[in-house]
Ligand binder design. Structure first.
Ligand code: NAP
Ligand code: G4F
Length: 341
C-alpha cells in the first residue's frame, strides 16, 4: 500500500486529492492546523474511525511555519509521496499579510524539502506552484514563460518554485512543480471570486441577499475544475523523472463573463445586482491568465474533462442547494440560518 503525506488536506484541492488517493488504495496522512472552529468540513465525509482496521486516513496537527515538527512527521510516516498544497493562498490577503505569506507559502516549501533532505527518506515531492507566478507576462503562458509576479503571494510561490528546482538538482530529490492555473469547485473557498459569485447569486435568487460587491470585472482567468487538476498532481509523481508542468484548460474568461453566466443561469441580470467596491481591487493586478498545457497533454496524457459551462452548472447547483437549506432554517425561525439568537 502506498503512503502519501498531504499538507493543505483541509483545503479545496487537499480534499479532492484525498478522495483520489483513497480511491487508488493509498494510506493518507494529512497535516491540519489547530483551530478553535472546525476546519475539517471538506474532508469529514472521508473520516474513518481509527479503531476500524480498514482506516486509511490519518490527521496530524502541525503548521508549515514549524520545521522541527514537519521533520518528525516525515521521519515517522515515511511517505512514498508528499503533496505540498498548504499555503496562505489568497492573493488579495497576501497584500495585507506579506510577511506571513512569505513565511508560510514560500519558506513552508523549504521546510518540507529540508525535512526530506535531513531525514534522508526516499520520497517524491509535489509543489503546488501557481499561474499567479506569471503575473504580468503576456498570454499564453507555458513552462517557458518568464515569471513577472504581481503580489507577495506570487513572489512567495516563485521562491518556492526555484527552491524545488534547486533541491532537485543539488540533492537529487524527486521534486516537481505543478504550475496550476485557477481551478474551482463547489468546495472553493467563499472569498475567491467564482465561489463568491455563485454563492451570492443563488442567495439573491432566494431573497437572502440583495447585492454582490466585486472588484475588477475585466480580469481574465483560465478556470478549470479542481477534481480534474488533482489528477494531474498524482500523474506528475508517477513519472520516471521529476519535471515541471503547466496545468490549464487553454480557455480564458473574464470575471464579468463568469458573473453574467451565473446570473443568467438563474434567470437574473447580473447588472441589476453586481456593484463595484474599490476594496476588492488589488494594488497590482494580473490581467490575463491563459495556460498552454501542451507538455502535460503529451507527457502526462492529462486532459481536463469538465468544461467552463459544466463547472458553472456544478457550482451553481451546489450553492443553490446550500441556499435552500439556509432559507428553510430562516423560514422556520432560525435567524440568519443559524440558532445563534
Ligand atoms: P485553500 O483552499 O486555500 O487551502 C489551503 C490549505 O492550506 C488549507 O488546508 C489550509 O488550512 C492550509 N494552510 C494554510 N496555512 C497553513 C499553515 N500555516 N500551516 C499548515 N497548513 C496551512 O487552497 P487550494 O485552492 O486548495 O490550493 C491548494 C494549493 O494550490 C495552495 O498552495 C495554492 O496556493 C495552490 N494553488 C491553487 C490554485 C487554485 O486555483 N485553487 C491554483 C494554483 C495554485 P486551513 O483549512 O486550516 O485554513
Ligand atoms: O478568485 P481570485 O481571488 O483568484 P486569483 O487571485 O486568480 O488567485 C487564485 O488563483 C491562483 C492561480 O492563478 C492561485 F495561485 C491562488 O491561490 C488563488 O487560488 O481572483 C480572480 C480575479 C482577480 O483578478 C481579482 O482581482 O477576480 C478578481 N476579482 C474581482 N472581484 C475578485 C473580486 N477576486 C476576489 N477574490 N474577490 C472579489 O470580490
Amino acid at each position: 500500500m502506498k503512503r502519501a503525506f498531504i499538507t493543505g488536506i483541509t483545503g479545496q484541492d487537499g480534499s479532492y486529492l484525498a478522495e483520489l488517493l483513497l480511491g487508488k488504495g493509498y494510506e493518507i496522512h494529512g497535516l491540519i492546523r489547530r483551530s478553535s472552529t472546525f476546519n475539517t468540513g471538506r474532508i469529514d465525509h472521508l473520516y474513518q474511525d481509527l479503531h476500524n482496521p480498514e482506516a486509511r486516513m490519518y490527521l496530524h496537527y502541525g503548521d508549515l511555519s514549524v520545521s522541527g515538527q514537519l521533520m518528525d512527521l516525515l521521519h515517522d510516516i515515511r511517505p512514498d509521496e508528499v503533496y505540498h498544497l498548504g499555503a496562505q493562498s489568497h492573493v488579495r490577503v497576501s497584500f495585507d499579510m506579506p510577511e506571513y505569506t512569505g513565511d508560510v507559502t514560500g519558506l513552508g516549501t523549504l521546510r518540507l524539502l529540508e525535512a526530506i533532505r535531513k531525514t534522508g527518506i526516499k520520497t517524491k515531492f509535489y509543489q503546488a506552484s501557481s499561474s499567479e507566478m506569471f503575473g504580468a507576462a503576456p498570454p499564453p503562458q507555458s513552462e517557458e514563460t518568464p515569471f513577472e509576479p504581481q503580489s507577495p503571494y506570487a513572489a512567495a510561490k516563485v521562491y518556492a518554485y526555484y527552491i524545488v528546482r534547486n533541491y532537485r538538482k543539488a540533492y537529487n530529490i524527486y521534486a516537481c512543480n505543478g504550475i496550476l492555473f485557477n481551478h474551482e469547485a463547489p468546495r472553493r473557498g467563499e472569498t475567491f471570486v467564482t465561489r463568491k459569485i455563485t454563492r451570492a447569486a443563488t442567495r439573491i435568487k432566494l431573497g437572502l441577499q440583495e447585492k454582490l460587491y466585486l472588484g475588477n470585472l475585466e480580469a481574465k482567468r483560465d478556470w478549470g475544475f479542481a477534481g480534474d487538476f488533482v489528477e494531474a498532481m498524482w500523474l506528475m509523481l508517477q513519472q520516471d523523472e521529476p519535471d515541471d508542468f503547466v496545468i490549464a484548460t487553454g480557455e480564458t474568461h473574464s470575471v464579468r463573463e463568469f458573473a453574467e453566466k451565473v446570473f443568467q443561469k438563474l434567470d437574473l441580470d447580473y447588472k441589476e445586482y453586481v456593484a463595484i467596491d474599490q476594496r476588492y481591487f488589488r494594488p497590482a493586478e494580473v490581467d490575463v491568465l491563459l495556460g498552454d498545457a501542451a507538455k502535460a497533454r503529451k507527457k502526462l496524457k492529462w486532459e481536463p474533462k469538465v468544461s467552463f459551462d459544466q463547472l458553472i452548472n456544478m457550482m451553481v447547483e451546489a450553492d443553490m442547494e446550500m441556499a435552500r437549506k439556509e432559507k428553510t432554517l430562516i423560514d422556520a425561525g432560525f435567524e440568519n440560518g443559524s440558532n445563534r439568537g
